[in-house]
Design a protein around this ligand. Structure first.
Ligand code: B4P
Length: 344
């Protein structure tokens, strides 16, 4: 069995060029500022995108801002068929094995694009963005990132929950090429990987975070189950962390006192070699001069986005790590390595 979405790299390239030329993709010019963190050595980058300040909030963009509505005034779902032809790249039903009916996915270009060839994997049928990822969703995303990265390094991400920065409720994962060829977190993750590569681990950072290395089995049919298992281990650590945090500090307990997965927000980063999950306390950071910065999973991959010059100056002053810390939860475990032996 081969990996799904073969030949995607060329399709995205061709489609992106045509969509940009026809203005089906709204492309925003940007400038990248490197902001290395002195203590951790993480080479954070801040992308300054002045044009995005003019993008209407909540624009699903299927037609123009707010133009297309359902009868009940909900904005239309931009990831539901029929697809905008210029943004459509590929469609495939991904299966675990030949007997499996599988799950259908569509790859679309990101309509509001800051990095060329930023694309989305969306479920063909509506699924909620707050639902946990299925093994096939993870497998499809990981397969795409792995294939695309053989030409140009790519990163995948998933914004889950009300505090994660997600603005679309239809389930979607995103992937984009890395302009610098590295994820700012690659080095610190490599430096702290445990001897037992099966153990999930926490990086020594001021906010809770959990990483699982990916060493997939050689048989492609076993990869979905393997990916699902690694992800479940991270979810398990996140739930356990929230429970222990609430025991220590009841003010951090979710409403109603019970930790429910469907109510937790988190940022998930997916690369060919690891999954990195950060539980989210808040979506938005307010800068010294009162600008609201919505930080999605890319922030926790070390790539932050600002839409105005004052915010850029404020981020430089306070530092990216301080912002990520403010929007995450404090870590509970004293040790930087957490053993997970439970099979969920
Ligand atoms: P979500 O999971 O809902 O949220 P998001 O990535 O944070 O993007 P958001 O929509 O909140 O935009 P923002 O101004 O913060 O993702 C939905 C995705 O669907 C987005 O990529 C969106 O652009 C895309 N989309 C919406 N309508 C669409 C349509 N009709 N057809 C196809 N795609 C559609 O950020 C603007 C952009 O900058 C986003 O793409 C975001 O991912 C990206 N970005 C954020 N931080 C970045 C960084 N550090 N570097 C590069 N890009 C960055």
């Amino acid at each position: 069995m081969s990996l799904p979405f073969q030949g995607l790299s060329q399709k995205i390239k061709t489609q992106f060029k045509a969509a940009k030329d026809s203005n089906a993709v709204v492309f925003f010019d940007s400038e990248v500022v490197e902001l290395d963190d002195a203590d951790t050595g993480i080479p954070f980058e801040v992308r300054y995108v002045p044009g995005l300040a003019k993008k209407p909030q909540g624009d699903g963009g299927k037609k123009s801002a707010g133009e297309e509505k359902n009868g009940d005034e909900r904005p239309a779902d931009p990831f539901a068929p029929p697809y905008v032809e210029e943004l459509f790249v590929a469609e495939e039903t991904v299966k675990e094995d030949e007997d499996d009916s599988g799950e259908a996915f569509v790859v679309l270009l990101n309509k509001f694009c800051v990095v060329p060839r930023h694309a989305l994997l969306v479920t063909k049928n509506f699924a909620r963005q707050t639902a946990p990822l299925s093994p096939l969703e993870l497998f499809a995303t990981w397969s795409i990132i792995k294939q695309l990265s053989s030409r140009e390094k790519h990163l995948g991400f998933f914004n889950c929950g009300s505090e994660s920065g997600a603005s679309q409720p239809h389930k979607h994962l995103q992937f984009m090429p890395l302009s610098g060829g590295v994820v700012p977190f690659d080095e610190i993750i490599d430096a702290h990987k445990p001897q037992n590569r099966r153990s999930c681990f926490q990086l020594p950072l001021p906010y809770a975070n959990f990483t699982a290395l990916i060493d997939p089995p050689s048989a492609a049919s076993s990869v979905p189950g393997y990916m699902g298992q690694r992800y479940l281990e991270l979810l398990d650590l996140m739930i356990d962390h929230r429970r222990r945090l609430a025991e220590e500090d009841p003010s951090t307990a979710p409403d109603g006192g019970h930790v429910r997965l469907s109510e937790l927000s988190y940022s998930l980063i997916i690369t060919p070699t690891y999954l990195h999950l950060v539980p989210r306390r808040r979506e938005t950071y307010t800068t010294e001069r009162g600008h609201a910065l919505s930080i999605n999973a890319l922030g926790y991959a070390g790539m932050m986005l600002v839409k105005d010059q004052e915010s850029l100056e404020d981020v430089k002053k306070v530092g990216v790590l301080a912002i990520l810390t403010d929007l995450g939860f404090r870590p509970v475990a004293a040790s930087d390595t957490v053993e997970v032996d439970a099979i969920l």
